[in-house]
Ligand binder design. Sequence first.
Ligand code: ATP
Ligand code: MG
Length: 342
Amino acid sequence: MRSDANIAGPMTDPVPGPRTESTGADVSRETPPPMDDTPIGRAAQLAVEALGRAGEGLPRPEQTRVIVVANQKGGVGKTTTTVNLAASLALHGARVLVIDLDPQGNASTALGIDHHAEVPSIYDVLVESKPLAEVVQPVPDVEGLFCAPATIDLAGAEIELVSLVARESRLQRAIQAYEQPLDYILIDCPPSLGLLTVNALVAGQEVLIPIQCEYYALEGLGQLLRNVDLVRGHLNPALHVSTILLTMYDGRTRLASQVADEVRTHFGDEVLRTSIPRSVRISEAPSYGQTVLTYDPGSSGALSYFEAAREIALRGVGVRYDAAQAHIGAQQNDPSMVEGVQ
Ligand SMILES: Nc1ncnc2c1ncn2[C@@H]1O[C@H](COP(=O)(O)OP(=O)(O)OP(=O)(O)O)[C@@H](O)[C@H]1O
Ligand SMILES: [Mg+2]
């Protein structure tokens, strides 16, 4: 139910600009000068409009939405999606926690969170029963965004969890005991269906599956969907696949649109109208410890994640997403907005 009370208020510092001081002078920028009448110029114009709207806020859910970002296939954009959606939602005024559940610690890195071996981490929460509040860190640069980091210790957790009591529901318990108010928790899963992913599926209500627009995109998904069914049947009746997001979409290739059509036929309404283009800026941002939203807010990648976040937020309160009002609607079909041309 949407009401004025759950609309995020304007933020004092809606969108930090590109951080030239930490990124170095040699980093190229997608954001062009204002007079430019090129695809890039149009993108920047749209970015300014989109980011301006960030301060208006989006409807916030009445209860914390716990979204599990999972796909056992590696490198499909789980981490990229987790951190950029989380940043987009936070920039829209929501309070968001990212739980890094992958021993690689990529989400922690991308959010600029220290995660060397001694840092209190999600491993301590899962295996040592440390309260979640003791490992959560604020993300620099994005107000309202927090991260529970993963350290390399987590690599052993799959084995260590096996002998522990309530091994599948340790994350769920930790989240239930966490008292800070949150609008969203996004859980970044490892590329496997082991106990870490099962813990995430038991803890969440929603599963978001990023699908890379490549050949074999749907292969292996059956196994993930069966696991979701099993967890729903035995441990977590609320669990459902709520969202499919097409990632690394390259509008110049027929393959990408074929895969997108196939995914839409297969999953229907769960597939977000917004897809994420292949974008150099998206892949560059983590090496600066940033999301693309702060690294280059005017880029097509930042805009698409903003738009995907808007769609997710509106769906959460039952408001129909109007693609005609999308800030990037034109770009989605504009082949010049993909990698190599932007
Ligand atoms: N839209 C995009 N455009 C360009 N590069 C992208 C995009 N999305 C992700 N990438 C890059 O693709 C690689 C894989 O992405 P990511 O790490 O998010 O996938 P993942 O599913 O989390 O991988 P893993 O299974 O290893 O956890 C990364 O190098 C990332 O920077
Ligand atoms: Mg990852």
